[in-house]
Ligand binder design. Sequence first.
Ligand code: GLV
Length: 328
Amino acid sequence: MKPKILVSRAIFPEVIERLRVDFDVDYHDRDSALPPDQLAARLADKDGAITLLSDRIDAAALAGAKRLKAVCNVAVGYNNFDLAAITQAGVMATNTPGVLNDTTADTAWALLLASARRIVGADKWVRAGQWTGWKFHDDWFGSDVHHATLGILGMGRIGQAVARRASGFDMRVIYHNRNRLGPDQEAGARWVGMAELLSQSDFLVLLLPYSPAVHHIIGAAEIAQMKPTAHLINIARGGIVDDGALIEALRQRRIAGAGMDVFENEPALDPRFFGLDNVVLTPHIGSSTRATRLAMASLAADNLVAALTGRRPPNLLNPEVLQQGAVK
Ligand code: GLV
């Protein structure tokens, strides 16, 4: 008998075919999240699961899943996992780091450039037929990106990829992390304290993983320390920014603009965003190219195959479950 697995949401047929070679696959073939009670019910007889960031995996989801050995998230972020509860249940947890670094860094730059040069507003204006002739003093003066200061909060793998791209724009790059990186990882960036990061950045890109410890790490007080000409880019997770405080700052033009790919309470973001002309909004598409989403789904499958064939998954988040007796 093949081990039983759940794939909780529509991914790629080629990945499902590969999983079917080794596993009996219960596939929720819809691009919508299973309600929590159905997720728990479908996990109950499974040996493993491929999950998406829309699935909350906590003690309630795992309560009946006595055979479960691994949950493999198709995302680098795993704030949908209650890692302590998963570990407590003796279940391996994995994510998909690495394969999305460049795509997500590209998206961060797309938002940064769009916000700096007001691309979305200009596009709407042209489509609305408002362009009646070229003007020297046009309505579309933007912010220079070249030779500006790029600040990165959270200089992990994606932050480093964002920093590397800045050299083509002759930018000065500063970053803040709890720990300073080695010179090979800094990609020419300089570590600074949080206050300096906030006050010096012309473009501040947020790339730190979400945890309750960083909830609203960018709120009204932090935005008040930013330059009035600065742009804020959130490509990390909703909840890192206090969206209400950001909306108020954008409304009062206390900063120049923002590029937002992630929000509090997705997809029901604060509708006051829609009335602002100094913010660019995208629907959590940081890693969204076909090639990268396929690489993420394939890596999650690699993790699951390893976990269920007695090997250490390449992206194991809770190695303590491998300690003797902990893993089922
Ligand atoms: C996407 O947001 C991810 O964490 O991979």
